[in-house]
Write a protein that binds this ligand. Structure first.
Ligand SMILES: Cc1cc2nc3c(=O)[nH]c(=O)nc-3n(C[C@H](O)[C@H](O)[C@H](O)COP(=O)(O)OP(=O)(O)OC[C@H]3O[C@@H](n4cnc5c(N)ncnc54)[C@H](O)[C@@H]3O)c2cc1C
Length: 430
């Protein structure tokens, strides 16, 4: 169970199968460091690891435990790239920065698997590629365009016809697609815990149960306070993504928190297991309300879905995810479902992650739009570069001004309306 969480989304498979959590005591003193990091998800832990390796004195303050947020709850898909295609990034950010972002995001999955190998993180890493499946001809055209654009930037994509994708899926629901060999999948919470172990081993300190309550400036240092301690730091990295509160004025309003949920079966019999995703892939499809699914190391089937904000509506979405699984794989109709859980992703208006310089030595990296396993790890490295003195113009991701979303207070209505519209369009085959 995820501690300190709403019961409707707390019964997590990843928590039930987690490696031991490193000892991260509550902050109960006044500590002075070079860099303070708020939030121990992939972003904060990756930044802490890189900074500690560079010899910086770095402390991570986490409200609960490492990986408590989305990082410990997600689908574990290690997906390279940005949501938007490479040409879009170049048109929006210019050839030089666009190219850097394409490289940074394209290499992000490799970065994850390299970190796992380098630090011997036990997280069931499967670098088997990312399977992208088209549910209709428009979806296939969309994937073809994506594949061509990535190929123009050196990626190698393996096209799959209907027969080939059916073999890899164990389902005939898709008409084609491609395999992006850069991706794969992992046990996300164990990856987060492994990053925490690696950061601690490199010399970082991580305090759990230490929610940052205030950040104030005193000369050229920042004072961060928690319930029982405080931290003085010259630089502060805010890594709170979908759990961003009002600590830094205006930051919460730059992203929309969206609940995402997952359901998992009991371990499937060997016979059943052999019929579903035999190559251990974690596919995503081209529906607007994207389906993503996979198995875990024990052969449980896991299906992801868009969540809702109220317990009743969330339960309905969890039930829908189970029904959708049996539609896709009829052999799952009578299996036992054991887990259901979820968490918050952070969506941005332009679908790109944001790196905000909040002035006076505070930077925030957030807004992965549900694509943060690889990207947040890569963003942590960018934040570490910034905190160790790299000028903004040399970073591989653009620094942008903080811009509040208009009508942010109405975001729940907006998200639900978009979900309803997408569902309708998917049902109509558009
Ligand atoms: C159900 C689900 C499925 C997903 N599936 C995928 C997937 O398959 N592939 C993929 O690439 N992405 C996926 N994502 C998205 C991915 O998990 C996130 O983009 C990524 O984990 C973000 O990492 P992060 O470190 O920025 O934030 P988080 O992991 O959310 O961490 C933020 C942390 O900040 C802490 N915090 C907040 N405020 C404070 C404070 N004041 N003081 C101290 N600590 C604070 C929180 O407790 C939290 O632990 C999914 C997300 C969800 C919820």
């Amino acid at each position: 169970m995820i501690q300190n969480e709403d019961p409707v989304i707390a019964n997590s498979l990843w928590s039930a199968t987690a490696n031991p959590t490193p000892d991260c005591p509550e902050l109960r003193a006044t500590v002075e460091v070079d860099v303070a990091i708020i939030g121990a998800g992939f972003t904060g832990l990756s930044a802490a690891l890189y900074l500690a390796k560079l010899g910086q004195r770095v402390v991570v303050l986490e409200a609960y435990t490492p990986g408590w947020g989305a990082s410990g709850r997600n689908g574990g898909q290690v997906n390279p790239g940005l949501i938007e295609n490479p040409e879009h990034a170049i048109a929006k950010f210019g050839p030089q920065m666009g190219q850097r972002m394409i490289k940074m995001s394209g290499d992000a999955a490799k970065l994850v698997f390299d970190l796992i190998a380098q630090h011997e993180i036990q997280c069931d890493a499967r670098p088997v590629g990312w399977l992208r499946a088209a549910h209709n001809p428009a979806g296939l055209r969309n994937l073809e365009q994506k594949a061509r654009q990535w190929e123009a930037h050196g990626a190698i994509m393996q096209r799959l016809n209907a027969t080939e994708i059916a073999q890899l899926m164990g389902s005939e629901a898709y008409i084609g697609g491609f395999l992006d060999p850069r991706g794969g999948n992992i046990h996300p919470l164990n990856y987060a815990l492994g990053l925490a172990d690696a950061a601690l081993a490199a010399g970082a300190q991580i305090y759990g149960q230490s929610e940052v309550q205030t950040v104030t400036q005193d000369g050229d240092v920042h004072l961060l306070t928690t319930a029982r301690g405080s931290l003085c730091a010259r630089k502060v990295l805010v890594c709170t993504n979908g759990y961003t509160g009002d600590l830094i004025p205006g930051l919460r309003q730059t992203v929309v928190p969206i609940r995402s949920v997952q359901v998992a079966t009991a371990p499937l019999s060997d016979n059943l297991r052999a019929t579903i995703l035999p190559g251990l892939h974690a596919p995503t499809d081209t529906r607007r309300l994207l389906s993503y699914f996979r198995t875990d190391a024990a052969g449980r089937f896991i299906m992801g879905a868009r969540g809702a904000y109220t317990p009743g509506a969330t339960r309905a979405r969890l039930a829908h995810a189970r029904a959708a699984s049996a539609q896709l794989f009829p052999q799952l109709a009578d299996v036992k479902w054991e887990y259901e859980w979820g968490g918050y992703i952070a969506a941005t208006a332009d679908h790109y992650p944001h790196l905000h310089d909040l002035g006076n030595g505070i930077v925030a990296g957030l807004g992965y739009n549900g694509r943060g396993v690889a990207l947040a790890t890569a963003m942590g490295k960018v934040l570490a570069d910034w905190a160790s003195g790299m000028p903004s113009r040399d970073l591989v991701f653009p620094v942008s001004a903080l811009r509040k979303m208009p009508f942010h207070s109405l975001h729940r209505l907006g998200v639900e309306a978009t979900v309803a519209r997408y569902k309708l369009m998917d049902n109509m085959g558009l």
